[in-house]
Write a protein that binds this ligand. Sequence first.
Ligand code: LLP
Length: 388
Amino acid sequence: MFNQETINKLKSIPTPFYYYDLEVLKQTLHLAKTESEKYNFIVHYALKANVSNEILNIIKSYNIGADCVSGNEVKKAVECNFNSEDIVFAGVGKSDEEINYALDHNIFCFNCESIQELEVINELAITKNKIASIALRINPNVNANTHKYITTGLEENKFGINLWELDAVTNLLKTTTNLKLIGLHFHIGSQITDLNTYKSLCIKVNEIQNWFEHHNIKLENINVGGGLGVDYHQPDTNRYANFASYFKLFNNFLEVRPHQKVHFELGRALVAQCGTLISKVLYIKKGVSTNFVILDAGMTELLRPALYQAYHKIENLSQSPHSSLLSPFYKYDVVGPICESADCFGKAVNLPETFRGDIIALRTTGAYGEVMSSAYNLRDRVKAIYSY
Ligand code: LLP
C-alpha cells in the first residue's frame, strides 16, 4: 500500500503516530454512498470509530449522517456541522445532561434502550416543552457470530429492549405525552464478516415489524445499525468492505413498507482501512523460545489486540518486502513498551530481519484505534497525520 515516497515521508516523522490516507477514505465513502443510494438507503457514520475532525469533515461532505453514543459525540457532530435532523443518539446509559443537550439541539432521534429511559426522556422533554422523536432499540436475539465483547444483539447483552418487553413498552407509549415513536433500531454487533448473519437479522426484523403492524403502530423508519466487517488480513487486496453485497442483501430480505426509510450506522467499514499506526523499533531482544521486537507504540496507542485478541497486519517498512528472496523471514513476538503482558501486537509474526530503528506499520487501524488510545503509564497522547 505504501509507495517509497510515502515511506520516506513517514520515516521522517517522530513516532508513534496514526497515519490516515484520506484518498482511501474518500474512495470508501464514495463506494458506500453509491451502493446504498441504489436502494435509497440512508447511511449514518458511527462516530465512535474515529472522531478526528479531518475525517468527520470529509464524511460530512458525502451527506452521511451521524450516529452518536454519548453527549460529547452529539456535541462533536453538531460542531462539525452535521444537520441535527441527521443525528441519532443511542446508548444504554444516557445521562440527563446528555439527553437535555440532544433535546436542545433537536436531533433526529433517540434510540431508546430501556423502559426507564423512555420515561426519563419523556419527563425531560415535558420540562422543555418539546416532543422527543424516539426509536425503540430492540434486542432481536440474533447471534452476530463475532467476538463476544463486540456482540450486542443477544438477550444476555445489556443492549436494547427485549422482545418480551414490547407489550409493556407500547402500553407505556400510550401514556407518554412528549415522545413520538418514529421507528425501530437494531444493532447486533461489530466486525460481522458472514453476511448470512444479516439475513437472519432481516428475517427477525420482518417478524417484529409484523407485530407492530398487528398492534396498529406505523413505523416510518427502520434502522438496522452497523457492524459490517473489514479484511484485517489482506488490507491491500480487500481494501473496501463488500458494500455492494451488504446493501443488496438488505434490499432482498428486508420487507420495507412503501412509506419507510431504511437507515444504517457504519463505523469500521468506513474508516478502518484508511488508518495505519506507525511505530519504531526500540529494541530487539532475544527470548528463550522467541525474539521480541519492542516497539515505541503499545496498547496505549492500539488497544484492540490486548482487549479482543484482534489481528492487525504488521509490516516492516524499513526492510524490503522482497527481502525474503534474499534472506529468510524470522518469527518475532511484536510487543509494546507498556508494563502489561497483554501489551502484545502479535506472536510469531513473520518479518524480514528487523533492526533497532526500523519503522513498523500496524495496518487497518483507522477504526477503534486512536479513539481507544489512553495515557496509561503517563504516556503522551498519540498524534495523527493525514495525507492530502
Ligand atoms: N451502531 C451502534 C449502536 C453501535 O454500538 C456500533 C458499534 C455501531 C453502530 C458501529 O459498528 P461498526 O459498523 O463500527 O461495527 N471497539 C470495538 C468495536 C465496538 C463497536 C461498538 N458499537 C472494536 O475495536 O472492534
